[in-house]
Every structure is written in C-alpha cells, then in structure tokens.
Design a protein around this ligand. Structure first.
Ligand code: NAG
Ligand code: NAG
Ligand code: NAG
Ligand code: NAG
Ligand code: NAG
Ligand code: NAG
Length: 770
C-alpha cells in the first residue's frame, strides 16, 4: 500500500518543476519539502488559520491566477495547479476539463441512469448509495490523476416546464423530492470524515437560482431574465438549495447565467449571502461557465467588464468558470473597482475547501479513500446498483388486461423496433462519460430470447422519414411479441436546447400506428427520454397494451428491460413530473409563475398548481401487483397553543386572519420539531407478485386561498410488500416545512383548520388549531 504516496511524490516533483499544465493533477503541495515549512502546511493549526496563512503569502498576481476553474497554483510556494471543474451527474463524465478518460489507467466509469429515472424510484437509500458509488469511482480516478476533487453536481433546479432540455438531469418537479434527492446525493458524495468538515470529495448545488430555460424561441439562458415573485421563490425555487446546503452541507454553490428580477444571479448579493448567513453555507461559490463575461457583454447589466467583476466578487462569488477574471481582475483593481480584500475573501473560501479535501495534507495514507484505484471503478457491485436504479425507477404507465409480464414459454420470437433499440449512445442522456460496458436493448433481449429481431423503423430519433417502415412491418408480422422503443434523445432535449413540442418526434407516432396495426397481439411501447411526452394516442389505443417509461437508463438499460418485461422484477416507479398534453406548449416557457391565473388563461405549473388536463399525473405509476392503503394512525388534531412545548408560538396573538382564513406564520413557530408527527400506513399487496414501490403521502388544506397548492407531497417511503401480504410504514410529517406554503409576500404560512392527508384513495382529516 506504500505505492500510492510514492506515486504522489513523483507527480508533485514534476508539477513543482514548473510544468503546471496537467489540469486534474493529484499532486499535493504539502508533500513537497519546499512547501512543508510554511504555516499553511502546519497540521497543528486549524483550517481557517492555514487558509489565511496561504492567502497572506501570495502576491496579487498569484491571487488573481486562482480565480478561475483552472487555478494556476503558486510554483514558488510549491502549490500545484488545481482544476475545480469535474462533473459527476450520474457517473463520472468528461464534460468538464477535470476528468480525462485517456490520460491514465481508468478508461471508463459506471453510467448510472439519468437522474430523472433514479428520482422515479423515490428511494432515499438508493440515491445515497448511487452517489456514494459515483464518488468512489471519482475518487479512484482522482487518485490516478484523472479527475479533480471538486465536482459540479447535482443539478437541483426544479423541473418547472416540461420542455426544459435539462429537466432530465434533475429529480423532477416537486421541491420536496428535489430537496430530498439533493441531501442524499451530497451526503453520499462528499462523505463526512469528522473534524473540521473533512470530505472525500466536494459536491455542488447548481444552478442557483431560477435557472431552468436553455434556448426556447427568442430566449437563451445567457440573457434570460427570470421574473420570479416572492411567493414562488420561497416555496418552489429556493427549497432545494436550502436543503442542499442546510441538511446536505454541500461545499459548493454555482450561481447561474440568468438574471433574477433584472439582476444577474451571480451578482445577487442578497441571494448568495442568504446561503451563508441563514443556511450556514461553508464552501465556495463558482459561476456557471462564462457567466461573468456575459454580464457586461451580453446582458449589458454593467458598464464595463471591470464592473462585472466588482459586482460578483462583492456579491460573494469566489471563482469564475472560465478565464474572464484572470484577464480582467488586475485592471478592475487598478481602476479601484475591486479591492484586494475582495479577492482575499474568495481565496479564503477556496483554500478552506481544499484543506477540507485533504489537498494540503502531508500524507494521506490514513484515509481509506486515498487507497482507491482503478479496481474500484466499473465494479460488479456498481453495475448491479445501476441496474437496481433502473429497476426501481422504471414506470409502468399502462398495462391492459395484465398483458405484462410476458411469459417466457409464450415468446419464441420477439421483435424490438425503434431507432434507439440497438444504439448504445442513447442510453445515458446528457452528462454521460465513457461507459464500462453498454448493453443495448437488443443485446439485453437476446440474452433472454435468442430469437430477437431488430428493425430501426426510423434512421434515428428525429425520424424524418418512413424509409425504414417496411422492414419494421416485416419484423413485426413475424414476431410473437413486439416491443416498440420510442421517445426522445439529445437531439430533442439537452443543454442549450429546449423542446418546442411534447409530441413524439417526427414520424415516430406513424411508426407506432403502422406497426401496431400488423402485429398478432397488441404491442408494448417503451418510452425513453427525460421530459414528458404526450402519448395520449397510445394511452387510448387498444392495440398498444402496455406502456413503460424507462428515462435514460444508463449503460445497463438493456439488461434490465427484459427483467421487467418478463416479470423478474415487478416495476413500481412513479412519475416525478407531470406529463402534460401538447396544448401546454401554448404556455410561454419564460413565464416563471407557478400559480394558475384564470384571468389570463394561465394554467399554472406542476401538480401543485396546474389546473389543466394531464396525460399522466405526478406520482402516477402502476405495478404488476395492486396496492391498497389504510392509514392506521395519524393525529386528528394538532393544537399549537396546547402543545407540550411552552411558548410554541412566539407571537401574540398567535394567528392572523386574512380573507376569512386563519393562519400562523411558520417563523413564529418556535419549535417545528415539536410539531412533527408520524403517520402509520398499512400497505397491502393485493396482487400475485411481490413488489416494491413508493408510498406517496400528500396533504391539502380545506381552507383555500388564492395561491394555495392543490395538494403537496408531505412524505414518501419506498416499501417492499410480498404478494397477499401487507407492510406497515411510518412516515414523519414536518408541517412547518411541507404542509405550509408561501403567501404573496413570500412568508411561509400554515393554515389553521382542516387538512387532509391522502395516500392512494385513503384520506384522513387533521385539524390544526391555534
Ligand atoms: C505549527 O504551528 C504550531 C502552533 O502555532 C507551532 O507551535 C509549530 O512550531 C508549528 N510548526 C512548524 C513546523 O512550523
Ligand atoms: C486527456 O489526456 C490525454 C493524454 O494525456 C491528452 O492527450 C488529451 O488532450 C486530454 N484530453 C483532454 C480533453 O484534456
Ligand atoms: C455574447 O456576445 C458576444 C459579442 O456580441 C457574442 O460573440 C457571444 O456569442 C455572446 N455570447 C453568448 C453566450 O450569447
Ligand atoms: C442519440 O443522440 C446521440 C448523441 O447526440 C447520438 O450519438 C445517437 O446517434 C442518437 N441516437 C439515435 C437513435 O438517434
Ligand atoms: C428533421 O426534420 C426537421 C423538420 O423537417 C428538421 O428541422 C430537422 O433538422 C431534421 N432532422 C434531421 C436529423 O434530419
Ligand atoms: C431502496 O434501494 C436500496 C438500494 O438499492 C435497496 O436495497 C432497497 O431494497 C430499496 N428499497 C425498496 C423498498 O425497494
């Protein structure tokens, strides 16, 4: 085990020799004799003192050279360069310069399903385990000199509009689910190694804030001014970031390109400082890439490049992704717009994170993760966990007469039809690195049914011609069962590209109709993609027996699909996003309002506020079993003034009345913990197959008020229930956080009066009184 430190020393030696080019080096400053005498390497001093010591040793030019994702280091002090930008959304990937799959022994990494599919599992321990596995691979790559220590994931913007090209990267539309995912990802990824906030790696909550438009009609993310009211900010846009910081203890925030009410997000001092002052954020704030350069050049928010730098550094941003600050900060200082003190603040935050990551440790033999190497990447265990995420996330949307699961004995010949069926490059969605071993759907199916035939039907996902239809028809006619694989690819939805339609691309719908009209039996439709698709036609067409949504399932997608089709695994995933009809595209994507407004024909967004028809609703998903629920135990009444906690309400009178409705302000509740209550639910599996699925507990309040949510998710728990049996599950509800919502001033309020808890068809009334 002594080979690892030795290797490190060699790398340090070469970096110290002035070749500072390799961006994601794993060199350590304090391992070099030159640096070890400096106080920033003195392990008996606390981290803040060491960070300040290093800042004090740097010249102004050396300081400025730190303000980029590709930080130059200070060769004079033995400090090697540092690359802040690596990516790991659903597996280590090379979208940032920190990761390189060809510069060392690690040539690939496990591609987990795209986040939106894992989200559909609604399983916190799965999310945590996947983040942890990604971190193990990331750290192993770092140790091999092929990745950095700081990664820019997760993406926790709420999936507000179904057209958003990056909605696939997120855990969906519900702020509570996105919050919960962010906490598990960050905790799993960063690890927590005791004193002084030590971490194995750093995760980043992005994009702060109200970023969820790429390029749509005349709008682009670089200049989009997101007009967000105080109410939506408080109960939709902000909660994931608050949880990611407060509970997840993330060590990085990324400020986004867009403006928020006329001010660039990276220049919103109030918003950036809220994280530090109110949520206890300790870490660094990076801009999105080139987000500072555009402030003057493209947003014309400032009068000069120097002014842009002043406004972001003073707002609390620490590094800029890109070279803009390296090029213009000196001149900003000379013009008196930026003071050296502004830079010192930033460097203190940056070095503090590096210290917590062990970058300034003299030796790192004592940490288990410093011993990780190529053997810890692409392991069977990680592949199995990725498969588990696909199994748990896949959503069964339709299953007429129990058409699925298929019986092996009855399927001698199966046809897979669709351009995605045999394409290994479609499985990961965006932010996909180099997979260890991608299994296409055709390959995976052949392992189950040797006589599997494939016909693309369309040349590619955009499906602009019917040229391949003939071949598809022939294949379909001969098969016992036909599985059509349709849906989206990055040509429709990706970074810098939103969709304009919610329908299947090109002639895909024609292909499905054509094939379904010639088959012996009804067909199975498997939908890929991150964003929802309006498949109303398929929902109502009896020739399409079953519909499954499999997101972007990652490298093991092809292995798992047959497991589900043949019932080796009983699907139980639930949609983390509303599937809207095509008519929703009449809603302007740039309208950030969540709440419906009948006076202007605005239907609202997400299951909490949307008043229109859906194709499939948030939380929808079937199983090969049928589950029913009963609420065994839950309070009937919660009395704020007669609580066992004295002075639970800090304000007198305890409540306010407006528009005939009584409510308390959440900030006036002294102990939200004391208000939490458990709900005991019995889950019965009334079907013939064992199965696991998430129990989603919603609440709505009887008194309603313009802007109160239709209902909201107040808890979820995935449970396994054997056929014919029942399982009891306990869900703890936090009324302050999840039964409340924001009023128009952005103040969180909890209604007094009757609330209804709902799980499946079961309802339970609960009175909250003052
Ligand atoms: C490290 O810091 C401690 C506390 O200030 C000091 O006593 C010690 O001499 C320092 N060690 C070195 C090697 O400078
Ligand atoms: C990755 O490393 C290889 C070998 O060192 C180098 O040739 C290549 O340019 C690097 N790729 C990137 C994207 O930096
Ligand atoms: C910003 O403006 C410059 C100059 O007009 C242009 O070259 C660049 O493409 C724009 N960048 C973005 C991100 O729109
Ligand atoms: C999906 O998109 C990827 C990346 O753009 C491309 O390589 C692949 O060919 C596409 N697949 C299909 C079936 O269109
Ligand atoms: C498909 O057709 C549409 C519109 O006819 C066109 O915009 C698009 O570029 C085409 N895509 C491909 C991949 O041919
Ligand atoms: C949740 O995920 C973990 C990790 O994959 C798994 O062990 C557990 O069985 C899952 N829970 C349920 C109820 O499916």
């Amino acid at each position: 085990m002594s080979t690892v430190p030795l290797l490190l020393l060699l790398v340090v030696a070469s970096a110290g020799a002035g070749d500072g080019a390799a961006p994601a080096s794993n060199a350590r400053p304090c391992a070099s004799p030159a640096a070890s005498a400096y106080p920033f390497c003195n392990a008996t001093l606390p981290f803040p003192a060491r960070a300040r010591a290093l800042v004090s040793l740097l010249t102004l030019d050396e300081k400025i050279a730190q303000l980029s994702n590709t930080a130059a280091g200070a060769p004079r002090l033995g400090v090697p360069p540092f690359e802040w930008w690596s990516e790991s959304l659903h597996g280590v990937c090379d979208n940032g310069p920190g990761v390189n799959f060809s510069s060392g022994p690690v040539r690939s990494a496990t591609i987990f399903p795209q986040v939106i599919l894992s989200a559909a599992a609604f399983n916190r321990s799965l999310w945590r385990a996947a983040a942890r596995a990604i971190a193990v691979e990331a750290r192993a790559m770092h140790n091999a000199g092929q990745a950095g220590l700081t990664f820019w994931a997760p993406n926790i913007n709420v999936f507000r509009d179904p057209r958003w090209g990056r909605g696939q990267e997120t855990p969906g539309e519900d702020p509570a689910v996105v919050s919960a995912y962010s906490v598990e990802y960050v905790k799993g990824f960063q690890g927590d190694y005791g004193e002084e906030g030590r971490m194995m790696l750093s995760a980043c909550c992005k994009h702060y804030i109200a970023y969820d438009l790429e390029k749509w009609r005349g709008f682009t993310r670089y200049t989009f001014n997101a007009k967000v009211n105080a109410q939506d900010m408080e109960d939709t846009y902000q909660p994931p970031f608050k949880s990611c910081i407060q509970e997840g203890r993330a060590s990085c925030l990324m400020c986004s390109y867009n403006q928020v009410n006329g001010v660039p997000a990276c220049a919103r001092k109030d918003i950036l400082q809220r994280a530090r002052d109110e949520w206890g954020f300790q870490g660094y704030i990076t801009s999105d890439c080139d987000a500072v350069a555009i402030i003057h050049e493209n947003q014309t928010y400032t009068a000069s490049d120097e002014d842009s730098i002043a406004v972001v550094l003073k707002a609390g941003m620490d590094i800029n992704c890109g070279s803009f600050l390296i090029r213009h900060t000196k001149s900003a200082i000379e013009k008196g717009k930026v003071q050296e003190e502004d830079i010192n603040h930033a460097l203190f935050n940056l070095f503090s994170v590096q210290l917590r990551l062990g970058f300034f440790d003299k030796t790192n033999e004592n940490q288990w993760f410093t011993q990780l190497g190529p053997n810890n990447v692409c392991t069977t265990e990680h592949r199995e966990l990725a498969a588990e995420a696909v199994r748990q996330g896949t959503v069964l949307l339709k299953n007429d007469n129990g058409f699925l699961p298929l019986k092996r004995s009855e399927v001698g010949h199966i046809a897979l039809i669709g351009p995605a069926a045999n394409d290994p490059y479609i499985l990961g969605g965006d932010y996909t690195g180099v997979p260890c071993h991608s299994t296409t759907f055709v390959k995976g199916m052949q392992a189950y049914v040797p006589k599997t035939t494939f016909a693309a039907g369309c040349k590619d996902v955009p499906c602009n011609s019917t040229d391949g239809f003939g071949e598809a028809i022939e294949a379909a006619k001969r098969a016992d069962v036909v599985v059509l694989i349709a849906g989206l690819n990055l040509t429709e939805e990706t970074e810098d590209h939103d969709r304009v339609s919610l329908l299947l691309p090109g002639r895909q719908m024609d292909l499905i109709h054509t094939v379904a009209s010639v088959t012996k039996k009804p067909v199975v439709l498997v939908l890929m993609g991150g964003g929802p698709v309006d498949v109303s036609f398929a929902k109502h067409d009896p020739r399409i027996a079953s519909i499954l949504w499999i997101g972007y399932p990652g490298e093991v997608g092809g292995n798992v699909l047959p497991e589900i089709l043949f019932g080796k695994y009983n699907p139980g995933g639930k949609l983390p996003i509303t599937w809207y009809p095509e008519s929703f595209t009449a809603v302007p994507m740039d309208d950030m309002n969540m709440r419906a407004d009948a006076s202007r024909g605005y239907p609202g967004r997400t299951y909490r506020f949307y008043t229109g028809d859906v194709v499939y609703g948030f939380g929808y998903g079937l199983s090969y079993s049928k589950y029913s629920y009963s609420i065994l135990q839950a309070p009937k009444k919660i009395s704020l003034s007669r609580s066992s906690v004295p002075d639970l309400i800090s304000r007198k009178p305890a409540y306010t009345r407006r528009d005939g409705v009584d409510y308390v302000q959440v900030e006036d509740i002294a102990s939200c913990e004391a208000l939490q209550f458990p709900v005991h639910i019995s889950v019965s599996n009334d079907g013939a197959m064992d199965g696991s699925h998430p129990v989603l507990l919603f609440a709505s309040s009887k008194p309603s008020f313009p802007g109160s949510p239709i209902k909201q998710l107040v808890g979820f728990e995935r449970v396994h229930t054997a056929a014919g049996r029942s399982t009891d599950v306990e869900i703890t509800v936090d009324p302050c956080k999840l039964m409340s919502f924001a009023n128009t001033e952005g103040t969180r309020v909890l209604f007094l009066g009757t609330h209804v808890l709902m799980v499946g068809d079961e309802e339970h009334e609960l009175l909250i009184e003052a």
